[in-house]
Design a protein around this ligand. Structure first.
Ligand code: ADP
Ligand code: MG
Length: 226
C-alpha cells in the first residue's frame, strides 16, 4: 500500500452531553493512502461526521492517534493544525456553508486571504476555479441568487482554492436533486483522476459508486474490510 496521508490508530471520541458521555468513535483504525477515494456509509449517528472531522484535524480524539503524513497530529498546537488544514485540507458540507453576504468570487477568495496570497493572485485563482466548475457567468452572484447545485460548486471551488491534497466531504449531495448531485459527482471524478485523496460521507449508493472503496460504520466502529 502506498504511504498513508492520514491514519487513525485506536481512535476513540467521547462527547460530553451534560451528565452523559456519548461514545461517537469506539476505537477506529484506518489508513487512507494518498490518492484514495473512500466513501463513508452507515446509519445516522454511527460516527461518520466525527470520523471526518478527526481526519480533517478539526477536532482531537479522546484517545488514540491521528497521524497526518507520518506525524502524530493530535499533539500539534492548534495554530499548526490550523495551518495544516488551511494548506492541505478542503472541506465541503451538506449545507454549503457559504458566507451569505459575499459574492461567489469573494467566497472562493476568502480562504486565500488567510494564506497570505496577494489580492491579484487570489482573484485569478478564484476565477479559474469558478470557470472550471461551470460558474463563469455567476461569479458576482451571492449565494441566495444561486441554485443549490451552484452553491455547492462554489463551496467546492472554495475548498479547492488552496489546492489541497485531501478533500473531505460530508454528504455533499444530500441537499441536491439528482441532476445537481450528478454534476457534483462529476467534479469529484476529476478530483479523483487528478490524484487527490478524497473521503466522502454519503447515504447514496450511486454516489458511493464513484469511490474506490466503501467504509461502513456502525456504532462508532468501522465494519471489517476497511
Ligand atoms: P453521523 O455523522 O454518522 O450521523 P456523528 O459523528 O455526527 O454521526 O455522531 C456520532 C454520535 O455522536 C451520535 O450519537 C451523535 O449524537 C453524537 N455527537 C456528535 N457530535 C456531538 C456533539 N458535538 N456533542 C454531543 N454529541 C455529539
Ligand atoms: Mg453526519
Amino acid at each position: 500500500m502506498s504511504e498513508a496521508l492520514v491514519a487513525l490508530r485506536a481512535v476513540t471520541k467521547v462527547y460530553r452531553l451534560g451528565e452523559v458521555d456519548v461514545l461517537a468513535l469506539a476505537g477506529v483504525d484506518l489508513e487512507v493512502p494518498k490518492g484514495d477515494f473512500a466513501a463513508l456509509m452507515g446509519s445516522s449517528g454511527s460516527g461518520k461526521s466525527t470520523l471526518l472531522q478527526l481526519c480533517g484535524l478539526l477536532d482531537r480524539p479522546s484517545s488514540g492517534e491521528v497521524i497526518w503524513d507520518g506525524q502524530e497530529a493530535s499533539a500539534f498546537r492548534e495554530d499548526h493544525r490550523a495551518e495544516l488544514r488551511g494548506k492541505h485540507i478542503g472541506f465541503v458540507f451538506q449545507t454549503f456553508n457559504l458566507v451569505p453576504t459575499l459574492s461567489a468570487l469573494l467566497n472562493v477568495e476568502f480562504p486565500l486571504v488567510f494564506q497570505g496570497v496577494p489580492g491579484r493572485r487570489r482573484r485569478v485563482r478564484a476565477k479559474e476555479l469558478l470557470t472550471r466548475l461551470g460558474l463563469a457567468d455567476r461569479m458576482l452572484h451571492r449565494p441566495d441568487q444561486l441554485s443549490g447545485g451552484q452553491q455547492q460548486r462554489v463551496a467546492l471551488a472554495r475548498a479547492l482554492a488552496a489546492d489541497p491534497e485531501l478533500m473531505l466531504a460530508d454528504e455533499p449531495t444530500g441537499n441536491l436533486d439528482s441532476h445537481a448531485g450528478r454534476e457534483i459527482m462529476e467534479i469529484f471524478r476529476w478530483l479523483r483522476e487528478e490524484g487527490r485523496t478524497i473521503m466522502m460521507v454519503t447515504h447514496d449508493p450511486e454516489v458511493a459508486s464513484f469511490s474506490h472503496r466503501i467504509l461502513r460504520m456502525r456504532d462508532g466502529l468501522l465494519e471489517d474490510g476497511a
